[in-house]
Ligand binder design. Structure first.
Ligand SMILES: [Zn+2]
Length: 394
């Protein structure tokens, strides 16, 4: 190897370590040097040198002394955090029952959040337009600088081709097949935009700030009107070649089941989504219409409600058991409207995974409910946006 190529390699390594440290700081908020070394796996010497460099260039600041552990002995260290930036990013969730927006700076600090009710099903263009209006209005309301907006990431319920940004299929956004929503949003707002699958973004959100914090291998399963999964493998979001990975809602659960929205028969979605749970529940509670109704009944101890949620959980667990045998994740995080009252769901998914996986695999997999509630997608969108802009800067 020549001296020149060795230097190029060292520069690339340093740049990659720098990105790792910035990402770790954005996720952790405030940390000591020792904690940063542990969470990144970089040596104390490397951390020290990178912290000096990042401090000199104003990327990080050192804050008050670390006196969090009052029982500690020895001289307490100072805490490091990313300095607030003027540059901004935005995340938008277009896959829930309302449009959600979060604006953050590049340190990951949330500067503004807003939401607006919207009937998204079948009215995708109107929802996209309202999301653009909400972003414009929130920038003004929170006195933010529009010229500092660097990137917007939007989550939709559908498959988005990672190669060209076009929608492959969406059950909720009718007529969006082959449409490029990111291009439309860029033209409307002038902000660089990327559109992603909602479950993929929710997986990133949970990993950055929720139940999967710091986990390297995770399966996030969203159970709402539809069912989808986001896969984090070796710390990276796994999208598949064209963004279609994680479509577990369309794993066949019953060979002679009902016809699914995708055109196949007996998909998991037809027996374990919130809609199918509500449909079963109406035999006993004809007035049950929403996920909130279902959760209220579960919380009151209603037998029928507990049963339909547990049945949904058993079916989801059965479907993801094969995925667990294949991928051996550390944690399954359950999200979506079915987790409004999560205990019977988590218990049922756990027991099904234990029943249908190889014992030594299943017993090591933790099953947990989202800790971000309905915000996992919008916060994941912010995470991806900040990551994207930070990597542009390198
Ligand atoms: Zn299907």
């Amino acid at each position: 190897m020549s001296i020149g190529s060795q230097q190029t390699g060292l520069t690339a390594l340093r740049s990659s370590n720098r990105a790792v440290v910035i990402q770790a700081l954005r996720r952790a908020g405030e940390v000591s040097r020792a904690e940063l070394s542990r969470s990144t796996g970089l040596s104390g010497t490397t951390i020290s040198s990178l912290v000096s460099e990042l401090s000199a260039s104003g990327v990080i600041t050192e804050t008050a002394r670390d006196d969090r552990g009052s029982g500690r002995t020895g001289r307490p260290g100072r805490l490091i955090r990313l300095a607030p930036t003027n540059e901004l990013v935005a995340g938008i969730d277009l896959a829930g029952s309302e449009i959600q927006l979060a604006i953050a700076d590049l340190s990951g600090r949330i500067c503004a959040q807003a939401s607006t009710p919207a009937d998204i099903d079948g009215a995708g263009m109107e929802a996209l337009s309202r999301a653009a209006d909400l972003l414009d209005r929130t920038i003004v309301d929170f006195d933010l600088d529009r010229t500092q907006m660097r990137y917007v990431v939007i989550g939709i319920a559908g498959i988005v081709d990672t190669m060209d940004g076009r929608v492959v299929v969406s059950d909720r956004m009718h007529g969006w097949q082959d449409f490029n929503p990111a291009e439309w949003f860029l033209e409307r707002t002038s902000f660089a935009t990327r559109v992603e699958n909602d479950a993929d973004l929710a997986a990133l959100g949970e990993r950055a700030r929720g139940a999967g914090r710091g986990v390297m291998d995770m399966v996030f399963v969203k159970i709402s009107a539809g069912i989808g999964a986001g896969l984090v493998l070796s710390g990276q979001l796994y999208r598949g070649r064209h963004g279609a990975a994680g479509e577990i809602g369309h794993v066949q659960a019953r060979e002679d089941g009902e016809i699914c929205s995708c055109g196949n028969r007996g998909c998991l979605e037809t027996i374990a989504s919130v809609n199918s749970a509500l449909q079963s529940l109406r035999a006993v509670h004809p007035g049950a219409r929403t996920a909130r109704d279902l959760a209220d009944l579960v919380e009151s101890g209603d037998r029928a409600a507990m049963r339909v949620v547990a049945d949904a959980g058993l079916a989801v667990g059965r479907a993801i058991a094969d995925l667990c045998n294949t991928l051996a994740p550390e944690i399954i995080v359950l999200g979506g409207e079915m987790t409004m009252s999560p205990t019977p769901l988590v218990d049922a998914v756990s027991s099904s995974i234990l029943r249908y996986t190889r014992p030594h695999i299943g017993s090591r997999i933790k099953v947990a409910a989202t800790t971000l509630g309905t915000q996992s997608c919008v916060l994941g969108a912010v995470e991806l946006a900040t990551d994207s802009v930070s990597s542009f800067a390198d």
